[in-house]
Ligand binder design. Structure first.
Ligand code: AMP
Length: 353
């Protein structure tokens, strides 16, 4: 254990999107400064102490960034390994590199999860059109997913028996995995934090509804049989302990009649954890800051039933209606341009206290 970060210390954040923005707000509430490193547009910079606007390949910028902060964290898991090497030679990165490496590659992630004895969708490595055709043999439905750089359903092709596998391969044309289609009854996620002392605190699992591969809303409590809740929390706890993780992680799970199946690990604060801002004394952003700063964790207790709705693209037209709703928090990310599929903000509706 290292000494806790002192008030006035600076947290470096790789990625300047809405997650970095909400981490910055939490950090500043805890008496810290933040320095954002972001190659593109950076809504997080509006609420940060400093911004470095440079590509991840700019070694000088990375060195200057790392030298100006006390710890580095990230809101975006696809930071190139070479950039992390430069940063890590100067300042610690939390959560650690292993968590990033595992979650950056869908094949490594699935190998890691099955290695822990956890259940994932059946999967096969696919590196060519021929391998895809072979892997589709005997499958009714499957999803081809690129190993790297896929998010919000991007880099994915859905396939049914008899479909043209050559055409599907042409759409991704990159190292991939073919996942058997899981007939789930629900999608849930658990947001768990692990502190530097190894303590683990979980928030209640939320029920997630996706449309077009993008999260639309999360509801807590998730309404699932109560025996599934400890399963979900234990699954996430095993993952963070195995990774010697420090920080908040989002673990996405499919609920099936035969138990829980792990879909994906996000080694960062997660969209499906935004409800904690209205439901808990210490939300996921403060929890992450506490963990990486070496402070004690909040216990994750929930004080209200909450529905979180994402405001995506034209959903912004309904903003006046949301603002008129009772018991509703509005969070906007400060993005100037509305685009289809772009996450512009979210609302947390308190349903019951
Ligand atoms: P992902 O980017 O892998 O989280 O996938 C986005 C969404 O696609 C998930 O939240 C699910 O709704 C759906 N999905 C992904 N993988 C599978 C699968 N193996 N079987 C059924 N649905 C899936």
């Amino acid at each position: 254990m290292t000494e806790p970060l002192k008030p006035g210390a600076t947290i470096g954040i790789l990625g300047g999107g809405q997650l970095g923005r909400m981490l910055s707000v939490a950090a500043s509430r805890m008496g810290y400064r933040t320095h954002i490193f972001e190659p593109g547009a950076a809504p997080a910079a509006d609420v940060a102490h400093r911004l470095t606007n440079a590509p991840y390949e700019d070694e000088t910028a990375l060195r200057d960034f790392a030298a100006s902060v006390d710890v580095v964290t990230y809101e975006f898991e696809n930071v190139p390994a070479a950039s992390l090497d430069v940063i890590e030679s100067i300042v610690p990165i939390r959560p650690n590199r292993r968590a990033l490496a595992v979650s950056q590659d869908r094949l490594d992630e699935k190998d890691f999860l099955t290695g822990l004895g956890l259940t994932t969708a059946p999967y096969a490595r696919v590196d060519s059109a021929e391998e895809l055709a072979a892997a589709m043999q005997g499958q009714d439905r499957a999803i081809l997913k690129t190993r790297r750089l896929g998010y919000d359903g991007k880099g994915q092709v859905r396939l049914s028996a008899g479909d043209d596998t050559a055409a599907a391969w042409a759409q991704v044309n990159a190292p991939s995995v073919l996942e058997g289609f899981v007939d789930f009854t629900a999608e849930i996620s658990v947001i768990v934090a692990r502190g530097q002392d190894g303590s683990v605190a979980a928030f209640d699992p939320g029920l997630n509804v996706h449309r077009d591969g993008i999260l639309r809303n999360t509801t807590v409590p998730c309404g699932l049989p109560s025996r599934l809740i400890p399963d979900a929390v234990l699954t996430a706890s095993r993952i963070v302990s195995a990774l010697d993780y420090v920080g908040v992680v989002g673990v996405e799970l499919f609920v099936t009649p035969r138990g829980l199946i792990v879909n994906e690990i996000a080694p960062r604060v997660h969209n499906s954890g935004h409800w904690t801002q209205a439901g808990c004394a210490v939300d996921q952003f403060e929890q992450h800051v506490r963990a990486i700063a070496g402070l004690p964790l909040g216990d994750g207790k929930r004080y209200a039933d909450v529905v979180m709705e994402n405001l995506i693209g034209d959903d912004m037209d309904r903003l006046p209606e949301w603002l008129a709703q009772p018991d509703t928090q509005v969070h906007l990310y400060g993005k100037a341009e509305v685009k289809p599929g772009r996450k512009m903000g979210h609302v947390n509706r308190i349903i019951r206290r």
